[in-house]
Design a binder for this molecule. Structure first.
Ligand SMILES: [Zn+2]
Length: 104
């Protein structure tokens, strides 16, 4: 068992946004390198863990989450709700991701 210490599911919204925005920055091609490996390793989106969520490409989307039964506890209008990630052609928020939305 290698449970991460201090798994904080209640991450600060601004942290989440910042992470999403940082990701955009990191998505740009790095200079030089020449390693020859193109894309970053594929993330296993079926592993619904917060650390997996953090590795996903996040998108700021005004419509928010695609899940009609979204359990995002954040109030409507909270910008954190706009941070979604595309999984299997659906956009979902962190909460739906962790709850296993779209899992078989
Ligand atoms: Zn949701």
């Amino acid at each position: 068992m290698n449970a991460p210490e201090e798994l904080d599911l209640d991450l600060d919204l601004s942290d989440e946004l910042a992470a999403a925005l940082l990701k955009e920055d990191n998505a740009r091609p790095k200079r030089g390198g020449g390693g020859g490996r193109g894309r970053k390793p594929k993330v296993d989106v079926d592993n619904r863990h917060i650390t997996v969520w953090m590795k996903l490409n996040h998108t700021i989307r005004l419509e928010g989450c695609d899940n009609p039964d979204c359990n995002d506890p954040r109030i409507t209008g909270d910008r954190g709700r706009n941070v979604v990630s595309q999984i299997h052609d659906k956009y979902m928020c962190r909460y739906c991701f962790l709850e296993g939305y779209m899992l078989p």
